[in-house]
Write a protein that binds this ligand. Structure first.
Ligand code: IYR
Length: 225
């Protein structure tokens, strides 16, 4: 591995083996096909997830790019049934109000084909809940550290995480109860951490059904110049 200082900062060689165009086509096609089979699943098997899988998922998310490489995220893994129950109770209390009065009738109508409602049994049934926090700023040696593009960075890390969950043979649902500050209080997070996304993870319950929905065709999402 080559090491070099440029303007006083350390650099190392970017050493990833070159592949041919054909190999690149094959890999991108395989990756697309694998990820295109990902589905949001709300019904979980109680089968436990090996601990190492969970740490690998978090390592994958933590490998994402971020503004100035500040990595403005914290990933909490909740497996304790009592804490999962507390989270379910708090999330359902908010969702009950959302579905009853906070969401517009258009919004309610737009969700009909997905079959969602205020009840969130998956928050207790899934063997683990990943609660992602974004850090508006960081703290190191008692000093405040500026973070940049926080939501974008954490969103990208969550994309990595969701892909990794799928690749590990697990399923998840991107759950964003709103408001979700109860997550910070239940998990006792510091003030500079704000809840970003809640991902229950586990193996899918056998014979579960998912809505028959399709993605937009390429011509609707791709513009060539
Ligand atoms: N947060 C609610 C409602 C909800 C909103 C959207 I946009 C969805 O795609 C799905 C659900 C819930 O979790 O039920």
């Amino acid at each position: 591995m080559k090491r070099k200082l440029i303007q006083g900062y350390p650099y190392i060689s970017y050493s990833r083996p070159q592949i041919s165009g054909d190999e690149s086509i094959e890999k991108s096609n395989d990756f697309y096909h694998d990820l295109s089979h990902r589905r949001t699943v709300r019904e979980f098997s109680t089968r436990p997830i090996p601990e190492e899988v969970i740490t690998n998922l978090i390592k994958t998310a933590g490998s994402a790019p971020s503004g100035a490489n500040k990595q403005p995220w914290t990933f909490c893994v909740v497996t304790n049934p009592l804490i999962k129950k507390q989270i379910r109770i708090a999330a359902e209390a908010e969702e009950k109000v959302n579905y009853a009065s906070r969401m517009s009738s258009t919004w309610i109508q737009d969700l009909k084909h997905l079959g969602t409602d205020w009840e969130k049994p998956f928050l207790e049934e899934a063997p683990a809940l990943l609660v992602v926090f974004k850090q508006s700023y960081g703290i190191k040696d008692g000093q405040k550290i500026q973070h940049y593009y926080v939501s974008e960075s954490v969103g990208i890390a969550c994309g990595f995480l969701i892909a990794a969950i799928h690749q590990a043979g697990l399923v998840t649902v991107t759950h964003t109860p709103s408001p979700m500050n109860f997550l910070a209080s239940i998990l006792d997070r510091p003030d500079f951490e704000k809840p970003f996304l809640l991902l229950p993870i586990g193996f899918a319950k056998e014979e579960t059904l998912v809505p028959d929905i399709v993605k937009k065709p390429l011509e609707d999402i791709l513009v060539h110049y």
